[in-house]
Design a protein around this ligand. Structure first.
Ligand SMILES: [Zn+2]
Length: 183
């Protein structure tokens, strides 16, 4: 199947976005989804479901702004890549590890979709081409927390998300542990 990253790249092209921070809520709306912010349990990040013909993305408003942005991007990933499933049932996202522990839904297919949605979200919020442009002529040091923090602020993502993206982009030999992909 097509790489999640490629889906993100084509969505960015579709909406002519070559700047950061990526207006993730506008993208959701542009794809016909309604974004609803409400206070949920801390362990819940967000959800996506169909209300009649309307796609609704729910976001936990008690989480930090950057995490909410990642959640919206993650749900857009499901919308773009897994539309058939969300039309059948409500999809609720909990913090990755907790979801697996709580209801034991650890089937490979389910995990794969979460990994795909996270990869999509990372590319949507931190497009590789823009990241390379923004770091041109700079020394990439993933132990320089000030450097990472500045970039994270520019892209409006969490420090952790940016760290992973930098590793993924500039340290090709680093093997990603998928469980660390959630912010
Ligand atoms: Zn999900």
């Amino acid at each position: 199947m097509t790489e999640p990253k490629s889906y993100a790249v084509s969505i960015l092209q579709k909406f002519k976005i070559n700047f950061v921070p990526v207006p993730v809520e506008d993208i959701a709306k542009g794809l016909g989804a309604k974004v609803v912010f409400s206070a949920l349990e801390d362990s819940h990040c967000g959800m996506i479901h169909m209300q009649g013909n309307i796609i609704v993305i729910g976001v936990n408003s008690i989480h930090p702004k950057n995490r909410q942005r990642f959640t919206i991007a993650h749900e857009i990933g499901h919308l773009v890549m897994h539309k058939d499933e969300i039309s059948e049932s409500i999809h609720i996202d909990q913090a990755f590890g907790e979801r697996l522990n709580r209801d034991g839904r650890s089937s490979l297919g389910e995990d794969l979709k979460e990994v795909q949605a996270n990869r999509f979200a990372a590319e949507l919020l931190m497009p590789t081409s823009i990241l390379k442009r923004e770091t041109k002529n700079q020394r990439i040091d993933i132990e320089d927390s000030e450097f990472i923090e500045k970039l994270a602020q520019k892209f409006q993502v969490s420090f952790q998300s940016m760290s992973i993206k930098l590793l993924d982009t500039f340290y090709k030999n680093y093997s990603l542990s998928t469980s660390k992909l959630h912010p």
